[in-house]
Design a protein around this ligand. Structure first.
Ligand code: CTP
Ligand code: MG
Length: 401
């Protein structure tokens, strides 16, 4: 067995909270920001800092997930990492982490996994600022004007120059921290953070400059902020670039019953053949929308492997397509469609067709035109109808911040 590296610093990454305020239905640290979880991002930051022992405090029952995140972040430095199980409070989780410190460690950093985007330089700066008896924590100046309040009114103004917001990691010399934890646990006192616990034992805690990126992911809005910072979702400041899609469809006459075209029934007109009602105008629109959104094509979403759409008309296809496109973060700019065919005579019902298609697409602007081909080709010979549709989608900025 190769010898373990000698490390005088350890970082305890507490990740055992349940994430009640995030409300994501799983322990917060395991929730994805992009393709990586909150814990994985926190550990990526830790492993980008100078080498130290890394102790991950995992939610009970999720130790395996924490091990996976740790080994993925550690790469070939997995020998410096360990996972332990957390407790019902943050303080007990930190205490569990303290129990896993290696003998040679003299400086201990305690870090919230929830501060997933903390810059590695902040972790290193805290470690450097710890002395033989004083702790060090990163803080941010408070920018808002602060008031002391009671349940209804302002009691007084508070001088914000005297205040700062505390972040993590918080660093301490090991032995006094262990002693401070032992007395807090035996007195069963809960402190708001490690610095408060350490100061309560009579020690000094210094402050250094924190950073905006070290914010704690607490609410869904914080998670969105992290996603924006990582470029995982488009930002409102990104140029809103529209995308365009094209769709074509051809159906032969020869179906049963009356014609269905452009979302309307045409009594007495020969029907088109095809899966569903053969409404080639609707099908071309579906392909244009799916193509613009990069969602594949009509066969993939509505083909013969989806018998539930067998007899469906345009309204069903278009409503489902709208849902797919919206879920992918797009809204419809407009749809323009033209069909080539000798029949039906279209202009008298154009407004009705456009209204039906628009309504199926949530009120989007849909325009339809028809033309003949001077007797040329299959549509000129009256064998069928050929359609081309173009759709423009724009990023749905109401879903982006
Ligand atoms: N934490 C922990 N063990 C606990 C409670 C919290 O290890 N029993 C950790 C969290 O995982 C988090 C950090 O302490 O990384 C800061 O806590 P907080 O942001 O409050 O996270 P949660 O307690 O998970 O969230 P909430 O309070 O909304 O439930
Ligand atoms: Mg909490």
């Amino acid at each position: 067995m190769t010898a373990l590296p000698v490390l005088d610093t350890a970082i305890i990454v507490v990740a055992a909270g349940s994430g009640t305020r995030l409300g994501a239905g799983a322990p917060k640290a395991l929730i994805a920001i992009d393709e990586r979880s909150i814990l994985r991002h926190a550990l990526d930051g830790v492993f980008a800092a100078s080498p130290m022992q890394v102790i991950v405090v995992a939610p009970a029952g999720f130790e395996g997930e924490a091990e996976s995140a740790l080994s993925a972040a550690a790469g070939d430095r997995a020998d410096v990492g360990r996972v332990v199980t957390g407790g019902p409070t943050r303080q007990l989780s930190v205490a569990a982490g303290l129990g896993a410190l290696r003998g040679e460690v003299t400086t201990v950093l305690v870090h919230d996994a929830a501060r997933a985007l903390t810059p590695p330089a902040q972790i290193e700066a805290v470690a450097r600022a710890v002395t033989a008896d004083a702790g060090a924590i990163p803080v941010l100046a408070v920018v808002d004007t602060l008031k002391r309040i009671d349940s209804t009114s302002i009691v007084e103004a508070v001088d914000r120059a005297e205040l700062a917001a505390a972040q993590t990691p918080q660093g301490f010399p090991r032995l006094p921290l262990e002693a401070a934890y032992a007395s807090a646990l035996s007195a069963a006192v809960e402190y708001t953070d490690d610095a408060a616990l350490y100061a309560a034992a009579g020690h000094v805690v210094h402050h250094i400059a924190g950073s905006e990126r070290a914010f704690k992911i607490t609410t869904p809005a914080d998670l969105e902020r992290a996603q924006l910072l990582l470029g995982a979702v488009p930002a409102a400041s990104d140029p809103v670039v529209p995308v365009v899609g094209i769709g074509t469809d051809v159906h032969a006459f020869g179906g049963k019953g009356d014609l269905w075209l452009a979302g309307l029934e045409w009594p007495g007109e020969p029907a088109l053949s095809g899966h569903s009602d053969g409404d080639a105008v609707a099908h071309a629109i579906v392909d244009a929308l799916l193509g613009a959104a990069g969602l594949g094509d009509i066969g993939q979403h509505f083909g013969t492997s989806h018998p539930e759409f067998g007899g469906a008309h345009a309204d069903v296809f278009l409503a489902r397509t709208l849902e797919l496109v919206n879920d992918a973060g797009w809204r419809i700019g407009n749809v323009s469609v033209q069909f080539q065919g000798n029949r039906p005579r279209f202009s008298a019902r154009r407004a009705e067709a456009e209204a039906a298609l628009s309504s199926a697409l949530g009120g989007a602007r849909v325009t339809v035109s028809a033309t003949t081909t001077d007797g040329l080709g299959f549509s000129g010979r009256g064998e069928g109808i050929s359609v081309m549709a173009v759709a423009v989608l724009v990023p749905d900025v109401s879903r982006i911040r």
